[in-house]
Design a protein around this ligand. Structure first.
Ligand SMILES: Cc1ncc(COP(=O)(O)O)c(C=O)c1O
Length: 311
């Protein structure tokens, strides 16, 4: 399993990993948990592009570290190195780099990854890369920051079978890292789940060595769902840019309510459409709702129809 993963990392992600640099884990979450535990000491600060995936803040708090939110929109407007510099200090230890991003669907470009890498190298920071949605990219291309020269040594990259292969319930993922991070990942795994079950690993290997077009087919299906949902939301005045990756739309919803918790309640009560309030992804997500298109076209159509009837 580790040999198959290492080969995939080298061929597809251009990450120079050998078998020893790979650990098989219970989903992407166990990789992230182990990564933060391996890197962050009490009072260390972690730079997190925001809006961010909700659990990350708690993973940092669990190490008694301090999450520091860096608005992605500012970085894209003012430059990554300049923006990161505004939020960094001598307590900064790591950068959480999630691409494609949950909840916004932002896919960082290779130039943006290079800028973050330069910053990490200058300040001697560790990068915790979360590439859970690597195969769900609709605009641009997925790029692994650990593939940049000199970055593998300071990057822990976390992957999962949950999204690419829709194997969420199998609880299977993996991470790539060099020492000393690999020892940290091994310890957090040993003392928590003590490893991934053998049948699950065989299932993962089957997914990996399956030569069908399953990843392309999934990508095409998600793209169709994305386009359908986006068209419907824009028609309703819930405007947003088409997400470049992942499987969420993150429209601005002030025409319903500026308070995203209230907006989510209104949609649920009036149209029986469940969304996630943007504020749970940090202050920069307020005023937005997250809609998932990880569901059938029929469900998406039914949800849009209900919104049309009730708004
Ligand atoms: C950004 C991101 N990273 C990691 C994960 C972890 O997924 P899992 O633990 O199912 O592999 C998720 C799941 O939603 C996610 O959105």
């Amino acid at each position: 399993m580790r040999a198959a993963i290492a080969m995939k990392l080298r061929d597809k992600n251009l990450i120079p990993a050998e078998d020893k640099d790979v650990i098989v884990l219970n989903g992407g979450m166990q990789g992230l948990f182990g990564a933060f535990q391996s890197v962050v000491n009490p009072r260390d600060e972690v730079l997190i592009f925001s809006p961010y995936w909700t659990p990350i803040k708690d993973l940092v708090y669990h190490c008694q570290g301090k999450p520091v939110l860096v608005p992605t929109a500012d970085a894209r407007r003012d430059g990554f190195e300049a923006t990161l510099a505004t939020y960094a200090n001598d307590r900064t230890r790591a950068i959480y780099f999630n691409t494609p991003q949950n909840p916004t669907g932002v896919v960082f470009t290779p130039d943006e990854a290079h800028a973050v890498a330069r910053f990490a190298q200058e300040r001697d920071l560790v990068v915790i890369a979360d590439e859970a949605y690597e195969d769900l990219v609709y605009e641009g291309e997925h790029f692994s920051i650990a593939s940049i020269k000199g970055m593998f040594e300071r990057t822990i990259t976390c992957f999962t079978f949950s999204k690419s292969y829709a194997m969420t319930g199998w609880r299977l993922g993996y991470a790539a890292a060099a020492e000393p991070w690999m020892t940290g990942l091994k310890k957090t795994t040993l003392y928590s789940s003590n490893g991934v079950s053998t049948p699950t690993q065989w299932a993962g290997l089957a997914a990996f060595t399956n030569h069908s077009n399953i990843l392309e087919e999934h990508n095409r299906a998600y793209r169709e769902r994305r386009d359908r949902l986006l068209a419907g939301l824009n028609e309703l005045g819930l405007t947003c840019e088409p997400p470049a990756g992942a499987f969420y739309a993150f429209p601005e919803v002030s025409r319903i309510s500026g308070n995203s918790r209230e907006a989510a309640e209104i949609l649920l009560d009036r149209a029986q459409v469940a969304t996630v309030p943007g504020v749970v992804f940090g202050e920069h997500g307020e005023g937005h709702l997250r809609f998932s298109f990880s569901t059938s076209l029929e469900t998406i159509e039914a949800g849009l129809e209900s919104l049309r009837r009730n708004f």
